[in-house]
Design a binder for this molecule. Sequence first.
Ligand code: HEC
Length: 124
Amino acid sequence: MKYLLVLLCSVVLGGLALAQGQGGVLQRGQAVFEDSCAQCHRTNGEGLPDTFPALNKNPFVLGDPKPVIATVLNGLKGSLGQMPGWKDKLDDDQIAAVVTFIRQAWSNRAPAVTPAMVAATRGK
Ligand code: HEC
């Protein structure tokens, strides 16, 4: 009985720690987004028509995570203009957090991105 209680407690505490850890990633990602991205893509993720692309409901943002990570690392020069690169300003953890945030904020629901995935893309 005692052991069962200990087991139960560790499952509950472990679950809490996990939930907090995940909340932490989204909170860190939101902070990075507000500091570094929202002036263009706006806090609501809708961007500005013909100027800054919306990130909300954007199939590119929700798709394969590698090109999304590469865009944030290296920036992007396209028909709309120049998106700055962040590889010298944000570390792997910050980029993983902000990419996870833009994939899970607003109406977006796509799997999280890990710092290891950012490190692998950065190395290329
Ligand atoms: C100075 C304005 C500016 C800032 C700051 C900025 N972006 Fe961008 N972003 C752009 C522009 C402009 C484009 C589109 C470039 C093009 O295709 O012509 C873009 C494109 C993107 C795309 C690709 C969207 C698509 O559909 O191709 C993603 C993803 C993105 N930005 C994420 C971010 C994130 C995350 C940050 C913060 C770390 C950020 N951006 C900061 C201007 C900005």
